[in-house]
Design a protein around this ligand. Structure first.
Ligand code: SF4
Length: 376
């Protein structure tokens, strides 16, 4: 089973924390859709002997495309690939785009069957600090609106750790989210990425530095509240009710093949990784000449080993001992040596088949993974 990721590189405005590739000018929207369709055609040999089981529209803001524009892309996918009957098709959507008539058109006119909604907070002060395009009223109304229209497979995102987020407010955000009874919730701790407005605001004193203690308290509070409500933290940032996990994202973590389409998208197939150019104009130019502007990413075995450690330890099931065996003995020996102290400190637990980080230590995931990284 293989997946397709489509990157829609447009947003209404730039969120202060975001370092993804997007443009706030929609001038090139139509041409980019045409080029995306072209790229799909050029990539039709992907997964020739397989079925496409997940399609994920991310970005950027895919909900800036109307149903007709989305169907141009879907029709092309159905024409070029063998799509599984029960395919999971997710669109990332922002609350300000999801008015009743848009939701209705997504439900009635497109094959989309899963929404991933960027709520981030139910409070205006947080949304304003993040420079989100929606307000608290949108956050509070959008999920029920989508459910009323018939979308049941819904995921929603929340962000903790901002200077505006008190412990009480974070607790309320989680409780409000739980009231909607959706099957999937993604929880992200704010990270200050280089060259973002947020980083600039901290450097210039406009925003305070993030508080590590609050960050940790909010992470632990999330685990407690969502677990008590019946959610499983199947990946460090992702919680799902039974059967509600994201099939698309799980395939990234499980090493399945995926094809990325659109500027800045990444792909993994035939044992290689590729990434597309992150420039809309150059992307258009290349596709107008029937060329895919992608570069093969050559990872050394050390990089692959380190990445394997990092992604697998983020999963609740942890790292499989069998998968570790694909690496050179040098890396296996290193792992077996370094894991000893982590096992002793109970920061990692072991079964006959897996190693994993217990839930009370998951806040330390980055530090624990780094202890197992191979450094030349
Ligand atoms: S809407 Fe999403 S992609 Fe666009 S700027 Fe905000 S976080 Fe980034």
């Amino acid at each position: 089973m293989a997946g397709i990721y489509l990157h829609i590189p447009f947003c209404k405005q730039a969120c202060h924390y975001c370092d993804f590739h997007f443009s706030t000018s929609l001038k090139l929207k139509d041409s980019i859709i045409t080029s995306i369709c072209k790229e799909i055609e050029l990539q039709q040999s992907f997964a020739k002997n397989d079925q496409i089981s997940t399609i994920y529209l991310g970005g950027g803001t895919p909900s800036l495309l109307n149903a007709t524009e989305l169907n141009r892309i879907f029709n092309q996918i159905y024409k070029c690939f063998n799509v599984y009957t029960n395919v999971e098709i997710t669109i990332e959507a922002n609350p300000d785009d999801l008015n009743f008539s848009y939701l209705y058109s997504l439900k009635k006119e497109t094959p989309i069957n899963r929404l991933s909604i960027g709520i981030q907070s139910f409070y205006n002060e947080d949304l304003k600090a993040m420079n989100r395009a929606h307000d608290a009223k949108d956050s509070k109304s959008v999920i029920s609106k989508a459910q009323d229209i018939g979308f049941n497979n819904i995921s929603a995102d929340l962000i903790f750790g901002t200077h505006t987020m008190s412990l009480d407010r974070w607790k309320n955000n989680l409780k409000m989210m739980l009231n909607f009874k959706i099957p999937h919730i993604s929880i992200y701790g704010l990270t200050v990425e280089p060259k973002t407005a947020w980083e600039h605001f901290i450097k210039t004193g406009k925003y305070p530095k993030l508080n590590d203690k609050t960050f940790e308290e909010q992470f632990l509070m999330t685990q407690q509240i969502l677990t008590e409500a019946g959610f499983r933290q199947y990946e460090i940032s992702n919680y799902a009710q039974e059967g509600g996990h994201s099939k698309h994202n799980s395939s990234y973590w499980n090493g399945s093949e995926y094809l990325g389409i659109g500027p800045s998208s990444h792909s993994y197939y035939d044992g290689k990784r590729y990434w597309n150019l992150n420039n809309n104009t150059q992307y258009l130019k290349a596709l107008s000449q029937n060329k895919i502007p992608s570069t093969e990413e050559v990872l050394s075995e050390r990089d692959r080993y380190n990445e394997f450690i990092m992604t697998q330890l983020r999963l609740i099931n942890g790292l499989s001992k069998t998968s570790l065996k694909v690496f050179d003995k040098k890396y296996q020996d290193y792992f077996n040596q370094e894991i000893k102290s982590l096992l002793l400190a109970k920061e990692i637990l072991e079964s006959p088949t897996h190693f994993w980080i217990p839930s009370e230590k998951r806040i330390l995931t980055d530090r624990i993974s780094q202890a197992l990284f191979y450094v030349d």
